[in-house]
Ligand binder design. Structure first.
Ligand code: AMP
Ligand code: MG
Length: 484
């Protein structure tokens, strides 16, 4: 048998200042049963569960048994939740340890739904099967769409019920992340006013995610700027594929620039920047089109937490911070523009590019066009949408866009760009709901099919046409509940 399943733990978080975490094991569950194992991810991590029994695998992936070398702990953090500052922490997650893969890359191995911790507040520390399978499928979809994200290694049912609106099957997800450092982790240290811990944490984040900054003159500023670049890249990529995170609280924004914490998230079908899915987001704070400005707001909270190490003079620190934050708008606009140009196959820079892009947005909105399929239609005419195509303004727009494409030096390159930036498959909400509904009843065939499709989101030849269609008007799912 492969010793330890191939886990090679090398734990560093546990050496950070004591206030940052609480050591404790997961709370055992009654009857763990493995329902999904991500073989591809296991292979890339150098893990092998094939030599062991299903029972032992379930014991390990539920936290009932600990792997040698793990040092379980719950991390402390804060967060602005819908704008309100709250002391949080892993209320239902345990970091088992940091695993070094065969390339010596470091990965947090975390169990989510693993029982109560000192940070649970009123919660039960548990998670339900549906939301854990949702995180599994969406995080894997985001990964294969070529967007940085935490991954999902496995889902295990616990044999226990969790009480939400009704009784639901309990489950534990194994999450894999390049770290679980969040904006909220820095806010936590700042709230404790522990400057020495703040310095340690900045060094730690740089070493783990931005080693090129080790010799930066001002590490706080360098770290902030690097995180800003990655978070902009992340949000631009979400918008490229019509993803709405749904809960962009500061505790859900990672320092590595990975997508993290998939709760009431979803992909938009018809183009409308006001689209919101979360039933708890009453004011549309985290709507599709609000994500850029919320990204900036969250980064402002991040830099505030770094103030003492930006400059000892508070006034100076504030000035530096507001200048840095002000850069966000141009950086975002440029990154977004570049992304949209790629989606439209526009290579050189032409005066009319901005207008062509914004006109297309207006036309998609006016005609309730499916965002994903509009771009696919432009590639090869294969996903036509009646209403959009019969709009005379769209016909004029399309002719102008084609004329604009003729300014590219190489039409083959434009085609390649469009294929690369425009997915055929996004996990359509009604298909996700359908798969989860069946899986909760014990039938995993639709879930597994969806898992296969999302692995090849850019492949038009998959023969899964049904999965390219937006929900029929009667079956639209507008809200993804946060009963997680
Ligand atoms: P989330 O909305 O999943 O990002 O969680 C926000 C905070 O609430 C985090 O600190 C979680 O650990 C905590 N939390 C969420 N659900 C539970 C639960 N069932 N029991 C305890 N803590 C929870
Ligand atoms: Mg969270």
């Amino acid at each position: 048998m492969i010793k330890n399943f191939g886990f090679k733990f090398d734990n560093t978080y546990v050496d950070l200042p004591e206030i940052m975490a609480t050591k404790l094991p997961p709370v055992a569950v009654k009857k763990p049963k493995l329902v999904v194992l991500n073989q591809t991810l296991a292979d890339s991590l150098g893990l092998d569960f094939s030599e062991s029994t299903d029972e032992l695998n379930a014991e390990i992936l539920s936290g009932n048994k600990l792997i040698e070398g793990s040092c379980p702990l719950a991390q402390a953090y804060c967060g602005h939740q819908f704008g309100h500052f709250v002391m949080l922490g892993d209320g239902r997650a345990i970091l088992l340890g940091e695993h070094l893969d065969p390339k010596q890359q470091r990965w947090d191995i975390q169990l989510k739904g693993s029982g109560r911790t000192p940070y649970s507040r009123g919660g039960d520390g548990r998670a339900a099967l549906g939301p854990m399978l949702r995180e599994y499928i969406i995080s894997e979809a985001i990964h294969f769409l070529n967007i940085p994200t935490t991954r999902s290694l496995a889902v295990v049912t616990t044999g226990e019920d969790v009480l939400r609106e009704t009784n639901l099957k309990g489950a534990v997800l194994t999450r894999v992340a390049s770290s679980h450092l969040r904006v909220g982790t820095f806010q936590y240290i700042a709230a404790k006013q522990d400057i020495s811990a703040l310095r340690t944490l900045i060094d730690y984040a740089i070493k783990r995610h931005y080693p090129e900054l080790i010799n930066a003159e001002n590490k706080a500023i360098a770290l902030f700027s690097a995180v800003m670049t990655r978070q902009i890249n992340l949000i631009v990529n979400w918008m490229r594929v019509s993803f709405i995170h749904g809960v962009m609280n500061t505790d859900n924004m990672s320092i590595s620039g990975e997508s993290i914490d998939y709760g009431p998230c979803a992909f938009m079908d018809q183009y409308d920047t006001k689209t919101v899915f979360s039933s708890i987001d009453h004011y549309g704070r985290y709507a599709y089109g609000s994500q850029p400005v919320i990204g900036q707001w969250n980064l402002a909270r991040f830099i505030e937490s770094l103030f003492p190490l930006i400059d000892q003079d508070e006034k100076k620190a504030e000035k530096i911070a507001s200048d840095l934050i002000a850069n966000y708008e141009d950086l975002f606009a440029n990154a977004f523009h570049k992304m949209m140009k790629n989606k439209l196959g526009m290579i050189s820079d032409e005066d009319q590019d901005k207008r062509i892009i914004s006109d297309l947005f207006k036309l998609m909105h006016k005609n309730q066009a499916d965002y994903t399929n509009t771009f696919r239609y432009l590639i090869n005419g294969k996903f036509p949408q009646k209403k959009l195509l019969s709009d005379p303004d769209f016909i004029i727009w399309e002719a102008e866009w084609k004329k604009r494409l003729s300014k590219n030096q190489n039409s083959e390159d434009a085609y390649k760009l469009m294929i690369k930036y425009n997915p055929v498959f996004i996990p359509r909400n009604h298909k996700v709901e359908e798969a989860l509904f069946e899986a909760e009843k014990g039938n995993f065939s639709k879930f597994l099919l969806l898992c296969r499709i999302i692995k090849k989101p850019y492949d038009e030849d998959l023969n899964q046409e049904d999965y390219t269609k937006p929900a029929p008007a009667s079956g639209r799912v507008y809200k993804t509940y946060c009963g997680t």
